[in-house]
Write a protein that binds this ligand. Sequence first.
Ligand code: ADP
Length: 261
Amino acid sequence: QIPTGQPAFTKRKVPGVKHLIAVGSGKGGVGKSTVAANLALALAKLGYRVGLLDADIYGPSVPTLLGLKGTRATVNERNRIVPAEKFGIKVLSIGFMLPSEDTPVIWRGPMLMKALTQFLFDVDWGELDYLILDLPPGTGDVQLTLAQNVDISGAVVVTTPQDVALADVKKATSMFKEVQIPVLGVIENMAYFICPSDSQKYYIFGKGKTAEFASAYGLKILGSIPIDPEVSERSDKGEPIVVENPESEVAKAFYGIARIV
Ligand code: ADP
């Protein structure tokens, strides 16, 4: 089903892209898309040329996160898909292909894979230092097929410190290892809350669990991001926190991660 004319499981490199980083999660709702978008923006602020590809077929949220709702995919004279540009990064979302916000992706496997493959290879990405790939949550067919067919430099797995989320991280990291994609590490999202009245850190979902988990499985923690209502408020308005409030603890955490990926 992969329209490349190449045998299955030959990993194709996206031309012009130095590092293709996949952002995955064991389960939905842990902040994977928020992390993918803010990490991409933090890398761009550090001076890298960056693209963001939202392949989260179950809920493409990048258009909302970056204020690109209503954007539709366009094709140039060379029949290449042209990514949108926002906040200094190139952006393409599976949401740009849907007739409206509320339309679910109902394509069957082969058609979906064809669309995703086109989203990587038939795009005018230009020269990029980093292409951040926001994967669907979990370890389904889409993730596996992409991982087997695309030359992905490394994967980061987003989790919250809850046991249910951590249990699923194990599955996600095993999947990447199985298809020989190096797991760069884990990003712990919603790690703690900084109380505005006393500036203390409160570990709402438990302290030290992610670290314990990571060391048990030989994984590195790339960074811990606090839970902050400003993140969700700004995300809903298309104002990513890394750009709009770079001095916030959340933004600083993203810059820290961008420096080490
Ligand atoms: P996923 O991609 O894993 O499904 P999202 O990135 O869509 O998750 O995030 C789920 C919800 O949690 C969104 O409403 C988002 O704004 C919110 N969120 C994510 N990270 C944080 C954070 N660090 N602090 C506060 N809210 C967050």
